[in-house]
Design a protein around this ligand. Structure first.
Ligand code: LYS
Length: 298
C-alpha cells in the first residue's frame, strides 16, 4: 500500500467567487488525514503550495482572468506532485478551484507519461480563451491539459500536451457551453453525460471509463470536482448544476476505481465553505476519498 501525501492548494484565481480558497481547510477539518490513516495508510500532510495574496488581485486579461496567478500556483503544484510521485507516494491534492488541475496533470506528466484521466464534473472544463463565456480559467483546465488554448496555460510544467485525448474521460457532464461543445467533439476525448449515467448506470459507465483511461497507460488520475454530485449532496460549490450524481452513485464510482488498482493520484476541487451548509461538502469530499482509498462496508 503506497503512502499518501496531502497537498493543499488554497487558490481561487480560476474563478470569481471568493471562498474556494478555503477548500483545503474545510476538507482537512472534516478529518481527511485521520480517516485515511484508519484505512491503514501512512499519511503525511505536506501543507499548502504558495498562493499570491488575493488582496492584490488585478484582472489584466478579460478572457484569462488572473492568468499570472493561476500559472504561478500551477507551476508550484507541478513541482510538488512530481516530487511525491517520484518518491513512490500517492498525491492527494486539495483545491482550490479546478484551474489547479493543470498543475496536478503537469506534475504527473513530468513524473512519467502516459497516464489516463477521469474527470468528474458537471461542466466540460474544455473552454479556451477564444470560447470562454466568463474568462474564468476554471472553465479551461481540461482543454489546457490537452494542449488547447493559450500557451501560458498549455505550457505549464514544460510538457505539452500533458495527456492524450484517447485516455481522457469526462463523467457527469450536464452543462456545456455552445462553443465548448464543438471543441469537445473535435478533441477526441470520451464523454459520459448524466444521460449516459441514467441510462447505462454508474457501474457500466465507470467500468468503461476505467478501461479507456488505463488503456496503454501507467495509471489513472482522478480529477474530482464536487459539482459532479447533485447540489443536494454537495451544496458548497461555486457553479452548482441540478441533476448530478446521487450520494450512492458517487460512492460506487469511487469504489470501482479503488477496485481497479489503477489510481495514481487524485485532486478534489471546488469545495467552497462560504456557500456550504455546516461543511457538508467538505465532509462529502472526505467520504468519497475514503471510498476511493478502499473503505468498504464489509
Ligand atoms: N463553462 C463555464 C465557464 O467556462 C463554467 C465553468 C465551471 C468550471 N468549474 O465559465
Amino acid at each position: 500500500m503506497k503512502d499518501i501525501h496531502i497537498i493543499g492548494v488554497p487558490s481561487d484565481y480560476g474563478q470569481n467567487r471568493r471562498g474556494v480558497d478555503m477548500g483545503p481547510s474545510a476538507i482537512r477539518y472534516a478529518g481527511l488525514k485521520e480517516k485515511l490513516e484508519r484505512l491503514g495508510y501512512e499519511v503525511s500532510d505536506l501543507g499548502d503550495v504558495p498562493v499570491p495574496t488575493p488582496e492584490t488581485r488585478q484582472i489584466e486579461h478579460q478572457k484569462l482572468k488572473y492568468l499570472r496567478e493561476v500559472v504561478s500556483v500551477c507551476e508550484a503544484l507541478c513541482e510538488k506532485v512530481d516530487g511525491v510521485l517520484k518518491g513512490g507516494h500517492t498525491p492527494v491534492i486539495l483545491g482550490g478551484d479546478h484551474s489547479i488541475a493543470i498543475g496536478s496533470l503537469a506534475g504527473i506528466a513530468r513524473a512519467g507519461q502516459p497516464f489516463g484521466v477521469i474527470w468528474f464534473d458537471a461542466h466540460g472544463d474544455m473552454n479556451t480563451d477564444e470560447t470562454t463565456p466568463s474568462g474564468n480559467i476554471h472553465g479551461m483546465p481540461l482543454a489546457a491539459s490537452l494542449g488547447l488554448g493559450h500557451e501560458a496555460l498549455t505550457g505549464i510544467g514544460g510538457i505539452r500536451p500533458k495527456v492524450k485525448p484517447e485516455n481522457v474521460v469526462l463523467v457527469g457532464a450536464r452543462s456545456i457551453d455552445p462553443e465548448e461543445r464543438e471543441l469537445i467533439r473535435r478533441s477526441g476525448i470520451h464523454v459520459f453525460t448524466m444521460q449516459d449515467v441514467d441510462r447505462r448506470g454508474m457501474d457500466a459507465v465507470m467500468q468503461e471509463a476505467i478501461r479507456i483511461a488505463s488503456d496503454g497507460t501507467r495509471g489513472i488520475h482522478l480529477s474530482l470536482d464536487l459539482d459532479a454530485l447533485d447540489p443536494m449532496f454537495a451544496p458548497g460549490v461555486g457553479t452548482p448544476v441540478n441533476g448530478g450524481f446521487t450520494y450512492r452513485e458517487g460512492h460506487l464510482a469511487m469504489e470501482l476505481l479503488a477496485a481497479s488498482g489503477k489510481l495514481l493520484s487524485v485532486d478534489v476541487v471546488e469545495v467552497n465553505p462560504i456557500l456550504d451548509h455546516r461543511n457538508q461538502t467538505g465532509r462529502m469530499a472526505v467520504e468519497l476519498l475514503e471510498s476511493l482509498f478502499g473503505k468498504r462496508v464489509m
